[in-house]
Write a protein that binds this ligand. Sequence first.
Ligand SMILES: NC(=O)c1ccc[n+]([C@@H]2O[C@H](COP(=O)([O-])OP(=O)(O)OC[C@H]3O[C@@H](n4cnc5c(N)ncnc54)[C@H](O)[C@@H]3O)[C@@H](O)[C@H]2O)c1
Length: 268
Amino acid sequence: MKEYYEDKVAVVTGGASGIGLALCELLLSLGAGAVVLADLNAEKLKAETARLDGAYPGKVLGIQTDVTKQHSVASMIAQAAEFGGGRIDFLFNNAGLALVKPFDETTDEDWKFAFDVNFYGALYGIRAVLPVMRSQGGGHIANTASGIAFAPMALQSMYSATKAALVGLTGSLRYEFWDENIRFSTVIPGTVATPIWDKAGGAPESAITPQESARGILRGLAANERVIIVTDADREGAINAFRPEAAEGMDQYLLNVARQRREGKTVV
Ligand SMILES: NC(=O)c1ccc[n+]([C@@H]2O[C@H](COP(=O)([O-])OP(=O)(O)OC[C@H]3O[C@@H](n4cnc5c(N)ncnc54)[C@H](O)[C@@H]3O)[C@@H](O)[C@H]2O)c1
């Protein structure tokens, strides 16, 4: 898969932590020409950009970005294109929040914020990068959803809804832009041990590492997969999501998750 990334320019939102950071490191190790970390967390961004720039001098740029703000994303993409010599070959819309809250406690403001961060963040990125990709004759946009888009889980209604919306957006755009050589893939990264689980008391034991997830993502992207599903568990969930024969089993499984979560357990 090296040739797909060699000398290419990539932008990764949420690039200062977890899966995004692992993607940045792997892209650089595969010979990417320039990698832009776009993240809201200034402290992590500074530290990780400095670390990666030390290992790959001149190839790394950190840009503080709030994906919930259209102007922030547009300005980040403009700076990234300048850093990339006018190109952006890959945009990873990876920034996201887990948004755990009982539905009863969610407000309209919560829902608006949920869509701002997990859905509009990606939409703003797509809008901003399309002219760059068009002018260079193509590119690849990877939108990170979640297995939860296929197996929606209790106490995460906002996460389930925003990620399902992102799957719909990505699938539709894949064919709208195919003939312009601008590729779209949905990423289902697996259950991954990252700081996103901190508030839930840590990742489940079954979690894979960010590096394993990043490898699966970049492999699937190089193969231009429509939906890149990194783990077998998520693949099974996606296959069973709408299969009538699996309906009863899915109900049992998801009900069990709901009951355990209500008892405060971290289960997926
Ligand atoms: N870890 C998992 O098990 C898992 C499973 C399925 C999907 N995902 C998805 O993978 C993506 C990456 O998650 P992760 O597990 O690496 O989490 P993480 O918390 O380690 O990283 C997410 C990054 O996004 C950044 N971010 C948050 N809000 C932002 C904003 N408004 N603007 C810019 N950056 C912002 C954070 O600062 C953080 O650096 C997310 O979209 C998440 O929903 C993760």
